[in-house]
Design a protein around this ligand. Structure first.
Ligand code: DLZ
Length: 158
């Protein structure tokens, strides 16, 4: 669905489950760091706002978005981890690198979630331009980090 007219961070929390004892693993790509830091901050603030404990949020950095899949697997394999949230920003360049990374991450995170039977959230901002990315990490289209945290909470209540 196109998001050109949507703020991605609008959501209804009335049906959220109690997450005070849930453990969340965050995997954050360092590539485009100034943007992914904002995704991370949005995700953490959202989890805390809805009752998660700070000590139950585990934040791990990986070099780039391509590494999100392995990072997710290393966290998801721990039985006590309830959900994994993966955050990255891939901006289209002169080559097709973005296609390869985006498809690999989408496929990889799907596989990890199904393998460990727990939510593994695709919080990857994939855009044509830097401006479009900025709009989605705390700009006019909200913060996809917030959306990723909300998705994790919603899936824990599934
Ligand atoms: C190499 C690369 C490029 C060109 N662009 C991005 C990007 O826009 N966003 C991102 O998160 N990572 C990028 N990377 C790095 C790859 O994800 C990966 O870290 C390297 O190819 C090493 O495996």
């Amino acid at each position: 669905m196109a998001t050109s007219l949507q703020n991605l961070s609008t959501y209804d929390s009335s049906q959220f489950i109690d997450i005070s004892e849930k453990r969340f693993g965050l995997v954050v790509a360092a590539w485009n760091r100034e943007l992914t830091d904002t995704l991370r901050d949005g995700a953490v603030a959202t989890l805390l706002e809805h009752g998660a404990k700070e000590e139950n949020i585990y934040i791990n950095a990986v070099p780039g978005s391509f590494e999100l899949t392995l990072g997710a697997q290393l966290l998801a394999q721990h039985e006590e981890m309830d959900a994994v949230i993966c955050l990255g920003v891939v901006i289209r360049g002169d080559t097709k690198h973005d296609d390869y990374i985006n498809h690999a991450v989408a496929q990889g995170l799907t596989t990890v979630g199904l393998k460990f039977n727990k939510p593994v959230v695709f919080g990857l901002v994939t855009t044509n331009t830097l401006e479009q990315a900025q709009d989605r990490v705390g700009g006019k289209h909200g913060n996809k980090g917030v959306e990723a945290a909300v998705t994790a909470i919603q899936m824990l209540g599934f």
